[in-house]
Ligand binder design. Structure first.
Ligand code: DGL
Length: 254
């Protein structure tokens, strides 16, 4: 039986999902959150999809034992590769997966040019093709895979000369030519400053964190499971490294 006071579990390949956890906490301050970063196995974004499915199932099993009413997949890559399997495995839980925010971008810029910065897996998987086909009718969608960027964020270097050097060849050709950039990986909001140094202040940056938080709240409300008690956040990581937990807490408070 799911109880109101059970945890909302939030899962990512590493510290990136903290960008989603921030939105979840903002929207539902009375909930209890249990965050798991799988940094021992990060990055997911360059792995074969079968491996990502196995890793996501392992993480979900660790969380499911702890009394959870919902599982938020705060990783675009894991959603792309594993959301169907997770839903089949946990039919009695609310399972919400983040996806690149193409819809809000296309709604805001009909006929515009929209970049999607994401992992190679997210951009290759069928889910993204469907999304891009649908919204690509109304705008131009530019795929921008950024392998290596999530690793920099994992090392606390989202805003660093290294991040800027990695992003510059990818983004500089689009300066002044792009209406919006969708941050299609939950690690990337932590590279916002580096992205802005290249693309400037005018381009609109969008990520799926807020939409995912809203959808989670809607589903909990619908199931009568919203908790409005005293909030709590527990952060865990598959890698036993105090520096990573400290980084997670810092990113949560930033
Ligand atoms: N944070 C993950 C996402 O949203 C991917 C990072 C990784 O490659 O592990 O796609």
């Amino acid at each position: 039986m799911n109880a109101k006071t059970d945890y909302i579990a939030v899962f990512d390949s590493g510290v990136g999902g903290i960008s989603v956890l921030r939105q979840l906490r903002r929207l539902m301050p009375g909930e209890r959150f249990l965050y798991l970063g799988d940094s021992a196995n990060a990055p997911y974004g360059t792995r074969p999809p079968e491996q990502i499915r196995a890793l996501a199932l392992k993480a979900a099993a660790r969380l499911a034992d702890r009394g959870i009413k919902a599982l938020v997949v705060a990783c675009n890559t894991a959603t792309a590769a594993a959301i169907d399997t997770l839903r089949q495995t946990y039919p009695d839980r609310i399972v919400v997966g983040i996806e690149p925010a193409l819809k809000p971008a296309a709604d805001r810029f009909p006929g515009g040019t929209i970049g999607v910065l994401a992992t190679p897996v997210t951009l290759r998987e069928e889910k993204f093709h469907q999304l891009a086909e649908h919204y690509g009718q109304h705008c131009t969608v530019v795929k921008l895979p950024a392998p290596g960027l999530s690793e920099l964020v994992e090392h606390g270097k989202g805003d660093s000369p290294e991040a800027e050097a990695l992003l510059r060849p990818l983004l500089a050709p689009w300066v002044g030519k792009m209406d919006a950039l969708v941050l299609g990986c939950t690690h990337y909001p932590f590279a916002t400053a580096a992205i802005r140094r290249i693309l400037g202040e005018d381009v609109v940056l969008l990520d799926g964190g807020e939409g995912t938080a809203r959808e989670t709240k809607r589903r909990l409300h619908q199931a009568g499971l919203l908790n409005e008690a005293e909030g709590e956040t527990v952060i865990e990581n598959s890698l036993d490294d105090p520096a990573l937990l400290a980084l997670s807490k810092k990113l949560l408070e930033d």
